[in-house]
Design a protein around this ligand. Structure first.
Ligand code: URA
Ligand code: CA
Length: 433
């Protein structure tokens, strides 16, 4: 088999066979396919697309390029959630305990990553003593006993995806739905998921800016998941403004605790119910989304989700007292109120820029080696559509001195108040199963 023939076939709009896709992915993994030929094929895929079957074959070949996490010692259907990334998205911290309290095992492998705030791991590490270094046996035992454990990324998962992503980044081929969908799904499957619930974000602060693109990506991923035997469902959710109020690491842990208590922001709570109910159905613990919603309301109202969060923190070495006394979390030395300059209604809160403002304060890292300041961030006091009076706080800036003026300037530019009434954006733009 020759790479040039595979490129020609895709260039001319043909469908690649399993053998051809494996030849390409194996060649990427062992470096026998040079970057220029891989890049040419990526560009051909960018323009010609891939049929659903090709996308599933590509995903499986990428999974097979590296290790698979073996979670066979864990009882039950393992359901994973993936978000395409947003600002102030605290859902993982909330969904873990909620879904686990409904009896669905959550064996979460989590990363740090780059962005406006840290990843789920960074957020959890704002809990004093919490650690993610578990052996495979400890991890499996904890999931079997408690239904919830979080571990750091380990093993050589999907090396072909890593190489392809690096090439796509420099060849203008990132924005290809089949390539994005297979990249995301290969990582979830290699990490051991039996079923997958996807939260595809749309709007200004999302990777997919338009609803149409978000829907296409969601459909591609659901198609792949179901084709490779993993029950997969997707929700398309709004990211035109940040989710909830808090954007920051310890600030989001506090917001997660409030939500687990049933006292969280309305949008964050609603999204957790939408995603959590799908996870409970995918995990086989409820026959319908409606039934699962009832179970979730119950584990919030009777305190069992919060109790499970406490036990989970304790099991991984953290101080469980933060649940009842969030003042024990890291905090910033100064809290500055950012006030409205006129009466009116909040017209927009640019999610991306508010996230960047939090990053300037030190809540996130722009490069791999940067240190995060766990206590800092932004807490919104208003959301889009809310009425506001001159002098009322729109947001709080939690700062330790770094980036304060930049953050204030960004809030001034990107929280828009105007005289016209404004509608809150719809939170859920669609769902696919
Ligand atoms: N995120 C991924 O994991 N892969 C992509 O290709 C794009 C976003
Ligand atoms: Ca939030």
């Amino acid at each position: 088999m020759r790479m040039v023939d595979i490129i020609t076939k895709k260039r001319d709009g043909g469908r690649l066979s399993e053998e051809e896709i494996r030849f390409f992915i194996n060649g990427i993994t062992d470096d026998s396919v040079p970057d220029y030929q891989a890049s040419a094929l990526l560009m051909a895929i960018y323009f010609e697309g891939m049929a659903e079957e090709e996308q599933a074959l590509l995903t499986e070949a990428m999974v097979d390029s590296g290790d698979r996490i073996d979670l066979s010692g864990i009882e039950g259907t393992l359901v994973d959630k993936h978000s395409t990334g947003g600002v102030g998205d605290t859902t993982t911290l909330i969904l873990g305990p909620i879904v686990a309290a409904c009896g669905v095992p959550v064996a979460k492998m989590s990363g740090r990553g780059l962005g406006h705030t840290g990843g789920t791991l960074d957020k959890l590490e704002s809990i004093d003593g919490f650690h993610i270094e578990l052996t495979e046996k400890q991890f499996a035992d904890q999931v079997n006993n408690l239904k919830l454990a979080v571990i750091g990324q380990s093993g050589n998962l999907t090396p072909a995806d890593k190489k392809l992503y690096a090439l796509r980044d420099v060849t203008a081929t990132v924005d290809s739905i089949p390539l994005i969908a297979s990249s995301i799904m290969s990582k979830k499957i290699a990490a051991g998921a039996d079923a997958i619930v996807l939260d595809v974000k749309t709007g200004e602060g999302a990777f997919m800016k338009t609803e149409e693109d978000a829907r296409r990506l969601a459909e591609a991923m659901v198609g792949i998941g179901n084709a490779v035997g993993r029950k997969t469902m997707a929700v398309i959710s709004d990211m035109s403004q940040p989710l909830g109020y808090a954007i920051g690491n310890a600030l989001e842990v506090k917001e997660a605790i409030e939500t687990l208590r049933g006292e969280g922001p309305e949008d964050l709570t609603r999204l957790c119910v939408e995603l959590g109910s799908r996870m409970v159905v995918a995990g086989g613990k409820a026959g319908s989304i409606g039934e699962a919603e009832g179970m979730i309301q119950k584990v919030i109202n009777d305190g069992s989700a919060l109790a499970l969060f406490r036990k989970f923190i304790e099991a991984q070495g953290g101080n469980p007292e933060i649940v009842d006394d969030p003042a024990k979390l890291p905090s910033a030395s100064e809290v500055i109120e950012f006030k409205a300059e006129a009466d009116g209604y909040v017209q927009s809160i640019g999610a991306d820029d508010i996230g960047l403002a939090a990053m300037h304060l030190g809540a996130g890292r722009a490069t791999k080696d940067e240190q995060i300041d766990l206590g800092v961030g932004i807490v919104l006091k208003k959301k889009v559509g809310d009425a506001v009076e001159k002098g009322e706080p729109l947001a709080e800036i939690h700062t330790n001195g770094k980036g304060t003026d930049t953050a204030i300037g960004m809030l001034r530019e990107h929280i828009i108040v105007g005289p016209e009434k404004a509608d809150a954006p719809a939170l859920i733009h669609g769902d696919i199963q």
